[in-house]
Design a protein around this ligand. Structure first.
Ligand code: G3I
Length: 315
């Protein structure tokens, strides 16, 4: 295959990217690469709570609808991101008392999932609910509702769109560690309780030279629980500026990650968190780091791109 989407399709998977609403609306180079290379998309921000329900009961879907319409016209499935998170959630939600918070969550899920019913391949129902030590994250959700909001969120999502795959999603869970084991244990428990959970998202915000050696083993153990696994937000950052050595190492890392997913039957697809270094969250958050994506700022494919395509083509 000569594109990521064709290579993934030939392997029975998808290859996706996060999409930013701005360039989707007005940048032809961005759109050209998006539609040539990817058969799955995730809204980078447009489906989050602050975008979809900025004030109570008032829903706005402009940017999200634009993405879904674009995706449908270009043979791209859509991952919905995300319903319940501690970030990008308006203060009106965070300030609710427990009972109202639970109702607001259920109402939000019913509305958002219902709005897109039949158009979303998978939803990230809950996002980043663990801390890095393997504890449950302390957030306004857990402080007011304990852990019960998790099962309630999945139940509400299933009711609103029975066909969508429902995922739990987190970062720093790519290797076997305390956090991924906490996630593993929760998924097992939820399944044993009959909570409708279908998949585990490993975000995979990684660092060049630090891809966990047990990535494939970790994907496999989740798959063995009877759920799908996806790499949902892949990027592999480095200290900037880049040089040929770092870019070669990044190629190796992207190749390794792709190969690890392909080695596990239930690893259904890979999504990169943006495709061009022109638009990446990394430099805004990690000072001095970046160049994390498979295309440079001028939309030239980097060695990282070739590393993924080679893996999809079997090498
Ligand atoms: O929309 C406002 C705009 O009105 C304002 O002028 C501008 C000034 O800073 O900010 C704009 O909002 C920004 C928003 O992205 C949209 O561009 C926020 O400041 C900025 O914080 C926000 O960052 C997003 C971040 O999530 C917020 O948590 C990133 O784009 C997005 O890539 C990132 O994605 C997350 C995943 O959802 C979950 N996993 C981690 C991943 C990376 O942090």
């Amino acid at each position: 295959a000569s594109t990521l989407r064709d290579g993934a399709a030939a392997a029975g998977r998808y290859f996706g990217t996060a999409v930013a609403a701005g360039p989707l609306s007005n940048e032809s180079q961005y759109i050209t690469v998006l539609d040539r290379e990817f058969n799955s998309v995730t809204a980078e921000n447009a489906m989050k709570w602050d975008a979809t329900e900025p004030s109570a009961g008032s829903f706005s879907y402009g940017s999200a609808d634009a993405l879904v319409t674009h995706a449908q016209a270009h043979g791209q499935q859509v991952r919905g991101h995300t319903l319940v998170w501690h970030n990008q959630t308006p203060s009106w939600v965070q300030n609710l008392a427990a009972a109202d918070l639970r109702t607001a969550m259920q109402n939000h899920i019913a509305n958002v999932v219902g709005h897109f019913k039949g158009k979303i391949y998978a939803w990230d129902v809950v996002n980043e609910i663990f801390d890095d030590n393997g504890g449950f994250r302390s957030s306004f959700w857990s402080q007011k509702l304990g852990q019960t909001f998790v099962a309630d969120a999945f139940t509400a999502a299933r009711a609103a769109d029975p066909a969508a795959k429902l995922y739990i999603n987190d970062y720093n869970v790519e290797g076997v560690n305390s956090k991924s084991t906490a996630m593993y244990n929760l998924v097992r428990t939820l399944k044993s309780q009959g909570v409708p959970i279908d998949g585990v998202g490993l975000q995979a915000h990684l660092i060049v030279g630090q891809v966990p050696s047990d990535l494939q083993q970790n994907i496999q153990r989740f798959a063995d629980l009877g759920v799908d696994v996806a790499l949902t937000e892949l990027d592999i950052r480095m200290q900037t500026p880049s040089d040929s050595t770092k870019l070669a190492n990044q190629r190796t890392d992207y190749n390794r990650v792709t190969t690890a997913c392909l080695a596990v039957t239930r690893c259904v697809g890979i999504t990169v968190w943006g495709f061009t270094d022109k638009y990446s969250w990394v430099p805004d958050v990690f000072s001095g780091q970046g160049a994390a994506l498979p295309y440079n700022e001028n939309y030239q494919a980097k060695p990282a791109y070739t590393g993924m395509l080679d893996a999809l083509n079997g090498g």
